[in-house]
Design a protein around this ligand. Structure first.
Ligand SMILES: Cc1cc2nc3c(=O)[nH]c(=O)nc-3n(C[C@H](O)[C@H](O)[C@H](O)COP(=O)(O)OP(=O)(O)OC[C@H]3O[C@@H](n4cnc5c(N)ncnc54)[C@H](O)[C@@H]3O)c2cc1C
Length: 487
């Protein structure tokens, strides 16, 4: 699809936004605009003050669904590219403004928790409500969404739904797609649509899935209703085991899951990756991490199954207090982001990730293929200071692999992405597709996996591309995200 090209000047776009939303809702300060032109895909160049792409005309902060509709109407009429944003933790370029004079539409001021219903077990929040705040409020009432991505301290409901995010307790609670009951969104032209909250229905295809995972490329999500569960941390049981072979760790997870158990956390770390988290206990081995939770009877039954499974497998146990302590410090808030920035500046060194998914029978093969190809083919393999992977989200039919790689940058800062990040990402994506898996498990396609999107979807691309044509015919929603731009 070709990106929209607005005939309006930057100044007229800003004036129109000020007229629609008021001056307090329109940001035009240079440094803020530069920062809003990228996301964490370009975290290194950003920290070095390098912003080579188009800088948006303004960041606007609508305060209501009606204001979002007014902004999208204006954008559609005037072919202005819109980049929706909430928590700003995107990692795949979804927030990059690749079109001149884009509008970053930031929903973070729409941050009200609208309703908590402990009978029908649902909570409704505006798009800018922080997940941490929602969870803190719910937990004080003995409830939880069950959603716990590592970005929980910063991510907000709109972005969490838009990226099809997933949390650490996914094996029990599912991804965000299993949690959303209903939601409201504004489509280009200002069309407001609310998908109602019902336990289930057979009234045609499930239209929630047009919106969940749309990464700002089809609509702006304004309100989300999610399911609730009882919060019973007193029943949590933590487990850690050392295993000699990554494939054996994967096999253990498969046995547990396919037998019907649902530990909330179900992970295997390769030794290289385990070293980052469990340096004091990993002994150079693969680390399996599990957690049982829920009502006491279920948590106990799951715990018993875990213990029996590992009793017949070689592998020593890690103290459960160590695993619990690890969980309690796993999430990333602003302090960790700031510390990472300081370290990147100081050391010209950083870490990135690429997450894919594949059927059980292909996991060990995919792991070996990626590790082998990177070591053999990546011309800067000597600059890698860590290359490993973990499986962190498992299903009846397979699991994800989350490849992690750290490197020292020995090129001009501006070239970092081309020299390091893109080639590493490409090897992982290519191998996942070759293994019949998906090139993206939970971070979204953003703007850097679009070159493989046709291969990812095959003949089903017809469905996805038709959605874009139908809902965003003028191409004003987050150009270059999910849907590749025409050269
Ligand atoms: C340290 C760290 C840890 C992370 N851990 C996880 C994890 O455990 N699991 C996981 O799934 N992801 C994780 N992520 C990725 C990211 O945080 C999540 O994908 C999260 O869902 C993004 O939410 P956000 O509010 O920050 O969205 P943003 O970064 O603001 O936006 C993300 C994408 O959604 C679109 N978008 C944002 N708001 C809206 C809206 N209202 N309507 C329509 N589109 C919108 C944007 O255009 C963009 O494409 C992590 C990221 C970081 C930096």
């Amino acid at each position: 699809m070709a990106p929209s090209r607005s005939p309006l000047s930057r100044q007229s776009i800003v004036e129109a936004m000020t007229g629609l939303l008021g001056p307090g809702a329109v940001e035009t300060a240079g440094e803020r605009l530069k920062a809003a032109s990228v996301d964490r895909f370009r975290k290194y160049t950003a920290v070095r003050g390098i912003y080579d792409g188009p800088i948006p005309a303004a960041i606007v902060y609508p305060a209501s669904t009606a204001e979002v509709a007014a902004v999208l109407r204006f954008a559609g009429d005037n072919l202005v590219n819109v980049v929706p944003r909430t928590g700003g933790t995107a990692t795949e370029g979804g927030l990059e403004t690749v079109v001149e004079d884009s509008l970053v539409v930031d929903g973070s001021r729409m941050n009200t928790i609208l309703a908590i219903d402990p009978v029908d077990m649902m909570a409704t929040a505006q798009c800018g409500a922080g997940l941490q705040e929602l969870e803190d409020t719910l937990r004080a009432q003995g409830l939880t969404t069950g959603h716990s991505p590592q970005s929980k301290p910063l991510a907000q409901m709109g972005g969490l739904v838009a990226t099809r995010s997933i949390g650490q307790f996914s094996t029990l609670y599912g991804g965000i797609e299993d949690m959303v009951v209903g939601l409201e969104a504004v489509f280009p032209g200002g069309q407001v649509t609310r998908i109602k909250n019902v336990p289930r229905r057979a009234a045609g295809p499930d239209i929630r899935h047009v919106i969940i995972g749309s990464e700002g490329a089809l609509c702006f999500i304004t309100e989300v209703t999610v399911k609730l569960f009882r919060y019973q941390p007193e029943n949590n049981r933590y487990f850690g085991y050392l295993v000699d072979d990554f494939g054996d760790g994967i096999d253990a997870l498969r046995e547990l899951i396919t037998a019907g158990y649902r530990p909330s956390v179900c992970r295997v770390y390769s030794p290289e990756d385990a070293r980052q988290h469990f340096a004091d206990v990993y002994q150079g081995k693969n680390v399996v991490v599990l957690m049982a939770e829920g009502p006491r009877g279920l948590a106990d039954a799951t715990a018993e199954a875990i213990e029996s499974l590992f009793a017949v497998r070689a592998g020593s146990r890690i103290d459960s207090g160590r695993i619990r302590q690890w969980f309690e410090n796993l999430n990333w808030g602003q302090d960790q982001i700031d510390a990472e920035k300081a370290a990147m500046l100081r050391d010209a060194h950083l870490g990135y990730t690429t997450e894919v998914s594949v059927d059980w029978s292909r996991v060990a093969g995919l792991f070996g293929a990626v590790m082998g190809r990177i070591r053999r083919e990546f011309p800067r393999a000597g600059d890698l200071t860590m290359l490993g992977a973990h499986s962190s989200h498992s299903y009846q039919t397979g699991t994800n692999l989350y490849f992690v790689y750290d490197y020292t940058i020995r090129c001009a800062p501006r070239d970092e992405i081309e020299v390091y990040h893109k080639p590493l990402n490409a090897i992982i994506v290519e191998e996942a597709l070759r293994a019949g898996g998906s090139m993206v498990h939970h971070h979204g396609i953003g703007k850097y996996r679009t070159q493989w999107v046709l291969e990812e979807h095959g003949s089903a691309w017809y469905l996805l591309s038709t959605l874009k044509q139908a809902f965003d015919p003028r191409g004003v929603m987050n150009a270059g995200t999910i849907f590749p731009l025409e050269p």
